[in-house]
Design a protein around this ligand. Sequence first.
Ligand SMILES: [Zn+2]
Length: 297
Amino acid sequence: MKSLCLALSLLACSVAVNAQERNLKIYISADMEGVVGVVTGEQLGPQGFEYARFREFMTQEVNAAIEGAFAAGATGIVIGDSHGNGQNLLIEKLPANVLVVRSWPRPLGMMQGIDETFAGAIFLGYHTATTNLEGVRAHTLSSARLADVKLKGVSVSEAGINAAIAGHFNVPIIMVSGDDAVVKETTALLGNIEGAVVKWSSGFHSAKTMTPAASYVLIREKAQKAVSRIREFKPYKLNGPIELDVRFKNYRPSEVLSYLSIVQRPDAHSIRFVGKDIIEISKFLTFINTYELGLEP
Ligand SMILES: [Zn+2]
């Protein structure tokens, strides 16, 4: 906005700022590991005996955030269904005035649908990074395949990657929900954003949890507060070029990816790629986590 203002007259600039205030669009990136009560794979995918009920809890947590955001003046909401198959949310239980991004692959991953027209973004049901010693289901992008993801030499969480994608569009993160460990990890990175702790981690597969009824109240309250504080938050910017290091749990992905001249292989399990910005990094991460010859259609 600053450089735009320099180019425009003072009057035109104040009109642009007013338009931005009227346009209080909020993006919600919804994951599942940090949803109330989630502790194991039984809640996280169609094969789990509790998945059907936990889709409902995830949907109602998103609804609570939507209600809170609208109560604080949000003018539009887009939700990225950003867990597992990307088809978790029960969309018929969401209100008529929101849009939902579903399924994969998509170039901006868990942030697909965000752009510079948004005023803020919320991370719902998030979890800690694979390098964190604490947190329910701590992992980064793939619990089965990746042992570390670094940007500019620093291990990052999904919240860290996604905050940088939002920051590319000058959109600040305003709230995170999940267990105590992810709220601690994310506020350490992003500062004084609103945090909704809906459970307290006692290990990778254990937590002391609130009930869904309590989490909905908390998330609604925090989302309303976050949107009402929206002017206080700054976008998280990672300027390019950005060095990405990915450590695989297995050997062959790094071996085969190193055939590409844009990819280096610093050690047996790791690859390095330098992207011009976080968007290129996001597309590269999506590619290496998706590509499989013989996927039809
Ligand atoms: Zn996740």
